[in-house]
Structure formats: structure tokens, C-alpha cells
Design a protein around this ligand. Structure first.
Ligand SMILES: Cc1ncc(COP(=O)(O)O)c(C=O)c1O
Length: 435
């Protein structure tokens, strides 16, 4: 049975150590007997959530509009209040005397953010470029590497469509060849079969492979490490599109063993909008031409990829606050929580007749994102429209050539009540239809 000491120790072990968060120490918690009773009751109510109070404090760190039930956190996530504060402070400072405060005071401080991001990703600071988003990092590499007519870029039918378009422009202009392969299954749970599908598609002209770390429409995690290791000996460069990887699922350089990783920090890190990074393994930096040629940088300098003309340092500096927040929550704990959030709602539907899941629920193959076809008669775009127009629930309805479903993306600020309401609404739609 849950006793008081065990419960308090559990909460303290859950790591609620940051000032302003619930139960900084077990002793402090000892004095909070009414809170304790509430928390025990809440923990009993929650199906499996440990330290529910801790998470409710986390959820309140965001000033989001709760009249909208937002299950569309795939494109852009809101930032917690401390991140917004850090951004606004830097923004005000930049405006005090911009040529001095923005350019000479604030921009040099971005070096500290570079160091911290590099540590979080597990690379050297000199391999880490801060960008405005995944797209900026991807374009620098995809347009900046030398490819000859007939050279092939291999990707999948589920990778980000805009990146396909970027490559297709090179195909039209320069005669490179872009090839898309289908994965063996949706969801593709067999890493060996995925690696084999790439191995089968490689030809002597294959130079580059573009692969999402986590597919945008299904949330499927790809076996990046195995693919990279399969192609490395053949001199093929793998560009990992980590838009949905970093700060969501396991995503350090060494876990992935990748050479190039691009991501947006305004998605899963909840950093200010317009932030991302581009990791390039040291030896490769001089082999890639930057999009905006900087005049004063050595070919080995990763900062070559940061030249964007005059810009505010404020969003980049506030990445530091987003990293603080993430560290306070805990890298592992956030990851587990995101899976827990998915399971909270999907476990109520997964086994029902006619439900199709396009995302694997097996450990390591997914995070918070789930693609679900709720019933054969319910078109996902129509269901998404019904959810928004009737219930102010934001979710994406996806029709893809290989699957269809609602793409459901809760985030750390999502509450259990919201997830329960979401599942209730899907059950209502199944039972009563959309009329
Ligand atoms: C898989 C994937 N790659 C790249 C991007 C582009 O991200 P951004 O617009 O932040 O550059 C997205 C955006 O949703 C995405 O889902």
C-alpha cells in the first residue's frame, strides 16, 4: 500500500527539485499534509501517472488557451512562460541601443547557447550551428553539397514533402536523380526490414540519403543508427531530418551515430519560434557550401552556416531557458511522459473493432505522436473538421497514399482531463457519426 513516506520519497525521486515546483525536498513535502492527501487522491484517480502533482505544475508553466484542446503540436509548440520571459528580456535589451546591445552585447552571448546545445546533443560546440529551423539547416546541406548529374538522392515516400520539392528543384536544374522508396509496412516495426529496403534501393550512383528521424505524419521512429552504419562504408551521406526527434525521443549524436542532423527547437524543445540547429560532423564542415557565403569565416568554421544578415539575438538566447526547463523536467522523464500521454488516450481506442493504428506502440518506436484511423466510415479530414468546428479540438486529418488517419500530437502541457476528453470525443464520433 502507498504510505506517506514512500509517496513523498517517490515524489522527491521524481525529481521535483526546481524552485517554484512542487515538493522541492521530501522534508518540505512533509509539511504539506493537505497537499499530500490531495495528491494521493489524484494519484489514485490517474491510471498510472506517478507524481501527478509534479506534472500538473509543469502543465501550468504554459499560458496556453485551454478553450482550445490542442492536439496539433506537431507543427509548432508553445513555449513555457520562462522561455517567453527570457525572450522578451533579450528583446528589450536588444532595443536599448541596437547596434551596440543587439550586435555587441547579445550576439556574443549566443556562444554560450551553442555550448549548451552541443552538450545536449552530445557533439562538440564547433560542430553545432544555430539556425532558424530545420528547413534552414536542411537547405544548407541539400543545396550546399556537390552533386553531379546522374547522382542519386534516396529518400522515402513519408519524408517531409517540402524537402522532396527542394531536391526536385536540383533534379530539374542540375540533373540529379531523386528516388523515393516505400517502407516495408506502416507502421514499420522491423528495423532489419527497413535497413534492407534501403540496401535494396542503393545503386552505384547513390550519394545521399535523406531520412526522417521521426516521420511527421505517423510519429514512427526510424532505425537511424543501423541505416547510417549500413551506408557509411559506401561513402553515402545521410542527412537526418530530426524535426521531430530532438527533445522528443532518444536523440543524441552517439545514439544515432549520424553525420548530419537538422532540427527545429520550436517543436519539441518548446524554444522560441524561429529556432533550430544544424549538426555537421567536424570533418564534413569544409565540404559543404553555405547558402549565404560569409566573407570572414574559415572553411572549417561551423558559424559559416549561421550567416543570415541582421537578425535579433533574442530567440537564440532564449533557447537557454528552454534547455533549463528541459533539464529541470529531466530528459528521460520527459520522454517517458510523452509516451504516457499518448497511451493515456490511445489505450482506450486501440483494441476496438475497425480502429487502425499507423504508429507502433512498441518501446523505442514512437513518442507522443500517434496516427489513428478511428473507423472505416470516418474520413480523417472530415473528423478533424468536426472536432474543430463542433468542439474546438485541433488535430490534423491526414490522407496519405499509404495510410490515412488523424495525426494526434499532445505535448508536455497537455492535461489528463484533456486527453480523456479527446478520447471521449473519438468514441462519440464512432458511435454517433458526425451528423
Ligand atoms: C519531418 C519534418 N521535417 C521538416 C520540417 C520543417 O520544419 P520547419 O518548418 O520548422 O523548418 C517539418 C515541419 O513540420 C517536419 O515535420
Amino acid at each position: 500500500m502507498l504510505n506517506r513516506r514512500k509517496f513523498l520519497t517517490g515524489l522527491a525521486a521524481a525529481g521535483a527539485t526546481a524552485p517554484g515546483f512542487f515538493v522541492p525536498t521530501a522534508r518540505a513535502a512533509e509539511q504539506e499534509s493537505s497537499r499530500f492527501d490531495d495528491a494521493v487522491a489524484a494519484a489514485k484517480r490517474a491510471r498510472t501517472a506517478p507524481a501527478e502533482k509534479f506534472w500538473s505544475e509543469i502543465q501550468q508553466s504554459w499560458a496556453v488557451d485551454r478553450s482550445i484542446l490542442n492536439m496539433e503540436n506537431g507543427g509548432l509548440q508553445p513555449a513555457p512562460a520562462i522561455v517567453n520571459q527570457a525572450f522578451l528580456q533579450a528583446w528589450s535589451k536588444a532595443n536599448e541601443a541596437p547596434s551596440h546591445t543587439n550586435s555587441r552585447v547579445l550576439w556574443p552571448q549566443v556562444e554560450g547557447v551553442r555550448t549548451r546545445l552541443a552538450k545536449a546533443f552530445g557533439c562538440e560546440a564547433e560542430e553545432m550551428a544555430i539556425t532558424r529551423n530545420t528547413t534552414e539547416g536542411f537547405l544548407a546541406v541539400a543545396l550546399g553539397i556537390k552533386l553531379n548529374p546522374g547522382d542519386e538522392v534516396l529518400t522515402t515516400t513519408q519524408d517531409y514533402h517540402r524537402f522532396h520539392n527542394d531536391l526536385l528543384q536540383r533534379q530539374a536544374r542540375e540533373g540529379i536523380v531523386v528516388r523515393q522508396i516505400k517502407l516495408p509496412a506502416v507502421p514499420a516495426e522491423d528495423a532489419g526490414a527497413v535497413v534492407q529496403a534501403f540496401a535494396n534501393a542503393i545503386t552505384p550512383r547513390t550519394r545521399v540519403l535523406l531520412l526522417s528521424h521521426v516521420f511527421q505524419l505517423t510519429g514512427q521512429v526510424m532505425p537511424i543508427r543501423a541505416v547510417v552504419q549500413m551506408v557509411r562504408a559506401q561513402g553515402i551521406l545521410v542527412i537526418v531530418d530530426g524535426a521531430h526527434g530532438f527533445s522528443h525521443v532518444a536523440a543524441t549524436r552517439d545514439e544515432l551515430d549520424c553525420d548530419i542532423y537538422v532540427t527545429s527547437l520550436h517543436k519539441w524543445l518548446s524554444a522560441p519560434h524561429g529556432t533550430g540547429f544544424l549538426y555537421i560532423r567536424k570533418e564534413l564542415i569544409p565540404t559543404i557550401w553555405p547558402l549565404q557565403p560569409p566573407t570572414d569565416r574559415a572553411p572549417t568554421d561551423i558559424r559559416r552556416f549561421e550567416a543570415i544578415g541582421t537578425a535579433s539575438a533574442a530567440p537564440y538566447l532564449a533557447i537557454g531557458a528552454a534547455l533549463d526547463f528541459w533539464e529541470m523536467v529531466g530528459v528521460e522523464r520527459k520522454r517517458e511522459r510523452l509516451v504516457w500521454l499518448r497511451e493515456r488516450w490511445v489505450s482506450r481506442l486501440a483494441e476496438l473493432p475497425g480502429v487502425t493504428l499507423n504508429t507502433s506502440r512498441k518501446p523505442g518506436l514512437g513518442g507522443a505522436i500517434m496516427s489513428i484511423d478511428v473507423a472505416p466510415g470516418l474520413s480523417p479530414p472530415k473528423l478533424a473538421a468536426w472536432l474543430w468546428e463542433r468542439h474546438r479540438v485541433l488535430v490534423a486529418g491526414v490522407e496519405h497514399a499509404e495510410f490515412r488517419g488523424l495525426r494526434v500530437v499532445p505535448a508536455l502541457y497537455s492535461t489528463e482531463a484533456e486527453l480523456d476528453r479527446f478520447a471521449d470525443l473519438l468514441l462519440v464520433a464512432r458511435h454517433d457519426g458526425l451528423a
